[in-house]
Design a protein around this ligand. Structure first.
Ligand SMILES: *Cc1c(COP(=O)(O)O)cnc(C)c1O
Length: 449
């Protein structure tokens, strides 16, 4: 048995993969990644692939980025981990200061955890406890949007709304209030942008008006709803949500786990609409895609509601063992350094314009229903019937098939249902972007006939 065959055998025998139907997995051999370099992944046979989804939306400056590699190695020579419970450490202090500098105004306090779901979970708990300790104990509920995805823990699932992920667990989840997200291709209020004048906000206002006495916070994926299929909200929507949450005295929780760190063309998606939320959740790209680290930022107003004498028990009794891990924080600091040193955000503009142009070519394809785009994020929604927008039956696995074809041509991408997602690292070169677009174009044509 070759070493590769051995690994394949053990993988199939022992590893349970996330979000994966293991029957399907077992039916073919897994692609095993051995190395990465820049924007490429290299498999166990030495074959190279463009990392077209940034290793599931996390990688920012490419793999084995010298500055981040060095920062982690340097930190390793000091200490790998010590706790933030009762102690502090240097990288977590430095990083908190840097995060406050890049965050929208007013977000001044940083609470660490280690993944996106916990970052959201923390914001949910903090907002709930904030009201309980501010004399408004009736404000206990959350408003979230249709199609939302905020993670896989019970709290974050409760505000999520993608049926195939959460339906089975509904009996165990708390009930969130729901407002329509502007999925303009399939408009929830049957109108068209811009003549709709953001009618979906009217629906949100109805929910807030009726229930604000009970609402702690409104939870949103700003500008781009990720797992729903890269749904890009029209200009003005996020700003409208902020205006309404202020009007009805509800906190705004911005889940930028996917959109943070340059993906939409700005460091944070909230910047696109000059919005300051009450909570900002960061994870995925925070460490440049190197280490599991997350942060929940909030305001002085929220923070102060937790102050008091010990025996008043106003403390935020929450923490994860690896909270503020020094290796992760060192990676995150190096990530931010690269953003500054290489002027990454400024240099994105050209790539974003090119990307938009390349995506235009997809629109005439007979089974491309919608092409959504923001910064270096794209979602190409495939439909069975373009006129009626009828989706393909799930069992046809059309999106999946496109990604498998792309793999044969040296591109790793991953679908969300029948939406093909392209989300390369920010370090992607213009020639590589063109190659990605060509491959995806050819694969869509091939699979959809
Ligand atoms: C990925 C994601 C999460 C969950 O992050 P994990 O690190 O996978 O727990 C939460 N919110 C959004 C918007 C995400 O894209």
């Amino acid at each position: 048995m070759t070493p590769k065959d051995r690994l394949i055998k053990i993988d199939k025998l022992r590893v349970w993969h996330p979000f994966t139907q293991m029957t399907e997995w077992a039916a073919s051999d897994p692609l095993i990644i051995k190395e990465g370099k820049g924007n490429y992944l290299i498999d166990i046979d030495g074959k190279r692939y463009i990392d077209g989804v940034s290793s599931l939306w996390v990688n920012v400056h490419g793999h084995r980025k010298m500055e981040i590699d060095r920062a982690i190695t340097a930190q390793l020579k000091k200490i790998a981990h010590s706790t933030l419970l009762g102690l502090s450490n240097i990288p977590s202090i430095e990083l908190a200061e840097r995060l406050v500098k890049i965050a929208p105004r007013g977000l001044t306090r940083v609470f660490y955890s280690d993944n996106g779901s916990t970052a959201v979970e923390i914001a949910l708990k903090m907002s709930f406890q904030y009201w309980a300790q501010s004399g408004k104990a009736k404000k206990t509920r959350f408003v979230a949007f249709t199609g939302a995805y905020h993670g896989d823990t019970f709290g974050s699932m409760s505000v999520g709304e993608i049926d195939i992920f959460v339906k089975k667990y509904r009996p165990l989840l708390f009930e969130a209030l729901r407002a329509p997200y502007p999925y303009c291709y399939r408009c929830p209020v049957d109108k068209a942008y811009p003549s709709c004048k953001l009618a979906c906000l009217v629906e949100l206002e109805k929910v807030l008006k009726k229930n604000h006495g009970e609402i702690a916070a409104c939870v949103i994926e700003p500008v781009v709803q990720g797992a729903a299929g890269m749904i890009v909200s029209p200009p003005g929507f996020l700003k409208g949500v902020r205006r309404l949450t202020r009007k009805y005295d509800c906190l705004l929780l911005a889940d930028e786990v996917a959109t943070g760190f340059g993906r939409t063309g700005r460091m944070l998606a909230c910047e696109l609409e000059k919005v300051s939320p009450d909570f900002l959740c960061l994870a995925k790209g925070l460490t440049g895609g190197y280490m599991p680290l997350a942060a929940t930022l909030t305001t002085e107003k929220v923070y102060k509601a937790f102050l008091g004498r010990y025996e008043e028990y106003r403390t935020f009794f929450h923490g994860h063992t690896y909270t503020g891990n020094p290796l992760g924080c060192a990676a995150a600091l190096a990530n931010l350094d690269v953003f500054e040193k290489e002027k990454v955000i400024e240099r994105l503009r050209g790539k974003t314009v090119l990307f938009k142009g390349l995506l235009e070519k997809f629109k005439p394809l007979p089974h491309v229903g919608d092409v959504r785009h923001s910064g270096l994020i794209a979602g190409v929604e495939l439909v069975k019937d373009k006129d009626t927008k009828e989706p393909y039956p799930a069992k046809e696995r059309v999106g999946h098939k496109v990604c498998i074809e792309a793999r044969k041509k040296g591109l790793i991408i991953r679908q969300l249902g029948d939406t093909v997602v392209i989300m390369p690292p920010l370090s992607i070169k213009e020639t590589e972007l063109k190659r990605i677009a060509n491959i995806v174009f050819d694969c869509i044509r091939k699979v959809t006939g």
